[in-house]
Ligand binder design. Structure first.
Ligand SMILES: Nc1ncnc2c1ncn2[C@@H]1O[C@H](COP(=O)(O)OP(=O)(O)OP(=O)(O)O)[C@@H](O)[C@H]1O
Ligand SMILES: [Mg+2]
Length: 350
């Protein structure tokens, strides 16, 4: 094989294309993930994140372009790719009737570990994921957070060099999310390359070295979290209008201030506007404008842009709105999504 096994990036994707009938899920995606780093893939529902992950983990064939993992082609050298990767899909792939321990032991056997080795690997992972006490209970009696942890443990049985996590913390409570972040950080500190999809901007901010934002099957921005925030161009003025009927008046009152149009969420009454480098001058103008229009507000702040603002600026809608084609200017609240469809059952053993 001409590709170097040691020098190149852990993941290299060029012009990846995939359609499902009329739906063009991926329209030519390029990615490069250096070894030992974390790539965060951000995108709204239907952007193509899971499709990309499924192609990279050999579960789905692309229509065009190519993808290499550890220098191996995901189509032509699928078996070799499978040996070097781990996947925790968007829906947990654990067997609910089996205990936590049995789940891990069986996967160990799929990876051709001897029984004693499969057993000791299971014990190690149960300990690492704080599941030792629950080890001999059926997974169906685990909490959602415990099932997610077991699923992540399962993806690590084969000690993968490259790990794919598709929305690893969706549906977890805040404490479990933080614990999951710690686990992910320690994996990366141990040298694992990670590709992580998420709809939580703070998660990408916390964990990713590089971020790509995809929307409608295309990469629309790439860079570090700081670089992307820099693209929003300066600070944000934000406030809440308690009387929701007056949100429109508030937007009109500040329409000429700052850069671009204000964003307003009719439901929560939160209004924000990018003010570039004008900072406190813009803040004063906003106060004057709202005062003149006689709109009451609370929580008026001037703040640095977050990745949420980046996402809003790039896509015209917030990250977790259900519809991909929301008009610009509507800001959605974060909500955990239910994921009945999209079952990812294949485990990536060879
Ligand atoms: N097996 C399939 N058959 C038909 N259409 C599909 C299939 N898988 C995905 N799609 C479509 O491809 C597009 C991209 O889907 P994908 O699951 O990759 O999005 P995603 O970014 O993972 O979204 P989410 O955040 O909701 O998980 C969507 O329009 C989806 O409906
Ligand atoms: Mg998905």
């Amino acid at each position: 094989m001409a590709h170097s096994q040691s020098g190149g990036p852990a993941i290299l994707v060029e012009g990846l294309v995939k359609s499902f009938g009329e739906v063009r899920a991926l329209r030519g995606i390029d990615l490069s993930v250096p070894r030992g780093t974390v790539l965060g893939v951000l995108g709204p529902n239907g952007a193509g994140k899971t499709t990309a992950v499924r192609i990279l983990t050999t579960l789905l064939r692309p229509d065009g372009g190519r993808a290499l993992v550890e220098g191996r082609d995901v189509v032509r050298e699928a078996a070799a790719v499978r040996r070097s990767i781990g996947l925790a899909g968007q829906s947990a792939a654990i067997q609910l009737e089996l205990t936590g321990r049995e789940n891990l032991e069986i996967i160990g056997r799929l990876y051709h570990l001897s029984w004693p080795r499969a057993r000791s690997r299971a014990i190690e992972l149960l300990r690492q994921f704080e599941l030792t006490d629950a080890a001999d209970r059926a997974a169906k009696n685990f909490s959602g957070g415990m099932q997610r942890r077991l699923d992540l443990a399962a993806s690590l049985v084969g000690q993968p060099k490259v790990l794919f996590l598709d929305e690893p913390t969706t549906g977890l409570d805040p404490r479990s999310r933080l614990a999951m972040w710690d686990t992910i950080r320690s994996l990366v500190a141990g040298g694992t390359t990670l590709l992580l999809t998420t709809q939580y901007m703070d998660e990408a901010d916390e964990l990713a070295d590089q971020i790509v934002v995809i929307d409608h099957g295309e990469v629309i921005a790439a860079g570090t979290a700081e670089e992307l925030k820099g693209r929003v161009g300066g600070d944000i003025v934000e406030f809440t209008v308690p009387d929701r009927a007056r949100v429109g008046d508030a937007v009109a009152a500040i329409a000429t201030i700052g850069e671009g149009e204000p964003h307003a969420d009719a439901e929560t009454g939160v209004v924000s506007v990018g003010v570039g480098g004008q900072g406190s001058d813009a803040l004063i103008e906003v106060v004057r404008g709202l005062d003149k229009a006689d709109v009451q507000t609370h929580g008026l702040t001037l703040r640095r842009p977050s990745l949420d603002d980046v996402f809003l600026a790039l896509t015209g809608h917030a990250a977790e709105e259900e519809e991909a084609d929301q008009p610009a200017g509507r800001r959605g609240r974060r909500k955990a999504k239910s994921k009945a469809a999209d079952k990812e059952t294949a485990r990536t053993a060879s």
